[in-house]
Write a protein that binds this ligand. Structure first.
Ligand SMILES: *[C@@H]1O[C@H](CO)[C@@H](O)[C@H](O)[C@H]1NC(C)=O
Length: 228
């Protein structure tokens, strides 16, 4: 049994308390479509990012567009955005520019949890996206760009402004877990670690030591499985 550990409490004025918690085996359930249910995550990084990798697992039956990971700054609402545009098409946005990645969407009984890792490196602009352990053809964007660390990460909604501007028709409905981020372009290593049920060392954002705030109707639940 996973015992949640409360490591640290940080009081951040008006926004209340933020706990740093090991969420292994837990998922955020977004039970219904809304324009306000979301989770705010704290990013732990000093200075701009030249490289990053974001990984997460999601489980949904949505076929309309939805946001998976929205990172906005005051200057750019899509500083980093992982957006499911339509079935089989994932957009990665860096600094307001986007590239699309296409993959065969599972149908029927094999429809289930999807594991996605996306990485980007400034030196070449090369973006890598892996879906369920398989790399997709690499693309490039924003060569030479630096990602600001002065932003806000939101799960469940697409930020069209810093911390807000939500649209129910782009909200996420379903389950999200294992959200992690590193300041290295190491999608392959992250995918390998995930498939071995291990973790890379904590970095910018770690599911094993997550600082999060739930806003609206989002419920933290154990992963639903017959065997665990
Ligand atoms: C970003 O990654 C490149 C290689 O992928 C590396 O040479 C560079 O040092 C990295 N930059 C930072 C700031 O970590």
């Amino acid at each position: 049994m996973v015992k949640l550990q409360l490591w640290l409490l940080v009081f951040t004025g008006l926004s209340g308390a933020i706990a740093q918690t090991d969420l292994k085996g837990q998922v955020f359930v977004f039970p219904k479509e809304s324009a306000d249910a979301h989770v705010i995550l704290n990013m732990n990084h000093h200075g701009p990012l030249q490289n990053f990798t974001v990984c997460l697992r999601y489980f949904t039956d949505l076929t309309r567009p939805y946001s998976l990971f929205s990172y906005a700054t005051k200057a750019k609402d899509n500083e980093i955005h992982l957006f499911k545009d339509e079935p089989g098409v994932l957009l990665l946005v860096v600094g307001g520019k986007w590239v699309d990645f296409k993959f065969p969407e599972n149908t029927g009984t094999s429809r289930g949890w999807k594991h996605v890792c996306a990485s980007w490196e400034s030196a070449t602009g090369i973006a890598e996206v892996w879906v369920n352990g398989n790399p997709l053809p690499r693309k490039g964007l924003q060569k030479g760009y630096s990602v600001s660390n002065q932003g806000m990460i939101v799960l469940g909604q697409d930020q069209d402004s810093f911390g807000g501007g939500f649209d129910a028709s782009q909200s996420f409905v379903g389950e999200l877990t294992d959200v992690c981020m590193w300041d290295l372009a190491t999608a392959r290593d992250a995918v390998r670690a995930a498939s071995a049920d291990s973790q890379l060392p904590p970095s910018v954002l770690s599911w094993g030591a997550l600082q999060y705030q739930i806003k609206g109707y989002v419920v933290l639940k154990p992963l639903l499985s017959l065997w665990h």
